[in-house]
Design a protein around this ligand. Structure first.
Ligand code: DAK
Length: 296
């Protein structure tokens, strides 16, 4: 089924490419409606299931990433209709189920639900034109897609209270200082920067990127001790990987220097016997003493 409110394409080179999803309701500044969120969820799931895709970039227009939930379609709701239809829930959080990294590339307004959607991305690269805000209070409502929960975790209680209670917008420079975004670039470089970041990720092990994403999200959402315990289990589990044993252990056992092995660009690019998916296994392995492998 074709998309009407988003644009979808793939970019980059190599074995795994980057899936781009562009919110495309220009007249409404990409206001987020139910049909749009359905399409977004469908596109995200399709990229997640595609072995040729390593990473996803979610973006909007130069003027707006998204100016919030679509106000006219929300306005008629009553408590019961909002509750029964699961307003801003069932199809708004598909992005949280995606296992591949999702980069938010934000230019212009990211307000209300737009800011909340950006915060659901794994990290945000912002154009210097980006402006973030949670202006719901001006409408007499509150955020409905996690704004009161993710914003304080991302930028501190004080700044979150300030933004939520005064409805002021935060520019890109302040958003970077506060930790809401990972980098700020001139607007005209936004897409290139996002693609470069995505291609870097695409060059690493897919399973490792998925595990890192899962664990960082656990750190963001859950208690520290649980997160560290689960991280340890996954770390141990990676040593059960056939790839690790086939690709790396024989070389260590034969006495090859780790540094020499790793500095060979052919290995780094996965052009020889070592497949690119092994690379992160190797990186994990190099953090332990060689004797450890010989006991596995
Ligand atoms: N929804 C629908 N259309 C929107 C929109 C939105 N959120 N934001 C902007 N637009 C539309 C404008 O209506 C305008 O359309 P036309 O009049 O040209 O047809 C067009 O986009 C351009 O907007 P402006 O002319 O206002 O452009 P400016 O550059 O002057 O201002 C702005 C840009 C982003 C600062 C301004 O448009 C603005 O403040 N927009 C609203 C931002 C906002 O408050 N977002 C929503 C946050 S609240 C619920 C009810 C509501 C909600 C939830 C539940 N219930 C009753 C259950 C809302 C949730 C939110 O996300």
């Amino acid at each position: 089924m074709p998309y009407e409110m988003i644009l979808v394409d793939t970019r980059g080179e190599g074995e795994r490419r980057t899936g781009f999803i562009t919110l495309n309701r220009p007249k409404q500044l990409n206001a987020l409606s139910d049909p749009l969120m359905d399409e977004l969820g469908r596109a995200l799931r399709a990229f997640d299931a595609d072995d040729g895709i390593g990473c996803i970039v979610l973006t909007g227009s130069e003027r707006a990433f998204a100016a919030g939930a679509d106000i006219p379609t929300m306005a008629p709701h009553t408590f019961m209709s909002a509750f029964k239809s699961g307003l801003i829930s069932k199809n708004w959080e598909t992005i949280l189920e995606i296992r591949k990294p999702v980069i938010g590339a934000v230019a212009g307004f990211a307000l209300g639900g737009g800011c909340e959607l950006a915060m659901m991305c794994d990290f945000i690269i912002a154009a210097d034109t980006a402006r973030f805000g949670q202006p719901e209070i001006k409408l007499g409502i509150i955020p409905g897609a996690g704004g009161t929960q993710r914003l304080p975790r991302a930028i501190s209680k004080s700044k979150a209270m300030d933004m939520l209670l005064t409805a002021r917008m935060m520019d890109a420079a302040e958003a970077e200082r506060a930790g809401l975004v990972s980098r700020v670039v001139p607007a005209e470089q936004l897409m290139a920067e996002a693609l470069t970041a995505a291609e870097t990720i695409n060059g690493f092990s897919g399973p490792s990127t998925m595990l890192i994403k899962e664990l960082v999200n656990l750190a963001f959402q859950g208690p520290l001790t649980d997160g560290v315990a689960i991280e340890r289990r996954y770390f141990h589990a990676l040593f059960g990987s056939d790839e690790l044993k086939r690709a790396y252990l024989p070389r260590v056992a034969s006495g090859e220097q780790i540094a020499a092995f790793w500095s060979d660009p052919a290995h780094r690019l996965g052009k020889t016997w070592i497949d690119h998916r092994d690379i992160n296994m190797v990186m994990l392995a190099t953090s332990l003493a060689p004797e450890s492998y010989l006991q596995i």
